[in-house]
Design a protein. Sequence first.
Length: 379
Amino acid sequence: MTLPTSLPNLAVEAADLLLGYPWKFWFWGDSIGFEGLLDASELTGQEKYLGFVHGAFKGWLARERFRSEFDYTAPGVALLRVYEKTGDPALLGAARRHAAYMASFRQTDCGAYLRYEHAAIELPPELPPGHPDGPAMSAMANRATDGGPCIFVDSMHFDGPFFAKLYQTTREEAYRRLALANIGPQLTLLYDPASQLLHHFWMERSKTRNGVLWGRGNCWGLVGLVETLEYLPADDPEAGPLLEALRTIVASMARLQDPQGGWHTVLNDPSSYIETSIAAFMVHVLCRSIEHDWIESDRYYRLMESAMASMLESVRPGGLLDGVSYETFPSTRAEHYRRVPRGALVPWGQGPLLAALWSYTRLQRLREPSRVMRRQTGK
């Protein structure tokens, strides 16, 4: 296991790679990428990562009224974290306007906010020019269809945490209610009681889930639960179902961990490949949950360490988390998920890696006084 003292050096390499990513402002995965850069700034003490994220938000504000199709994926939590660090009042104003925009979407019968009215089913990922899987992925485009309005598990990370963080920042009750009103119905629609895991998406036309337990998708949901709980009041009486879901899904993920410490891209399909962003996400989720005493350290600490070891084994010289799948667009077929190529340098790989390095180091520092005390007392 890599010692915590060497993790900041790895974080610098990983974050520097992410700085060169061609961001779309905004798209799926930008949220965890920006949060990872802010984690890298805290872990390494290097202000350039904070400065990059701050500058990106200032650029966004210049064209804010010309919203893109995917502006609902904007990194709201990162926006507020930068506001806390810099005190830039323009960012808080932008957060309020973004909240009003997010609250303006129509809702399903059960109250879930619909962000994507015409979801592209089985769209191939965007691969770099000359990628060997390019022709095969292009052929997949012939299968792409309009899935209609859908609720995606990724939104559990975009929506609830942003409103909860805005509540923590302003103490305005309306934002606390919006946090719960967003993540609660999403959880209801996506949670599968049989597997005690989350499906990738729910389709309004058929009123059904897609039927595939996508590994990274469950991590999007778990990080969403963790961050929403973290930013809501500790004694919030309405947060109980979120904490129960976090514990249940973590327990199910634990049962499906590969002996080498990773997880399959289709969680309940051992023939699908090990996808490395899942281990990075899980280190972050487990460390944050252990720190807050939401899950039992005695039960999950060793599992977290094995996920950490698996993640570190996948980091290549220069800081790339290898084995991360490219864009995984929705499908109702497990085969679609099994065929998505890996090896991407993307925010949903580097971001979780940086978050994991930060949360792991933080947990080790918090545990150190207790270890010293045990040595001194002989207990």
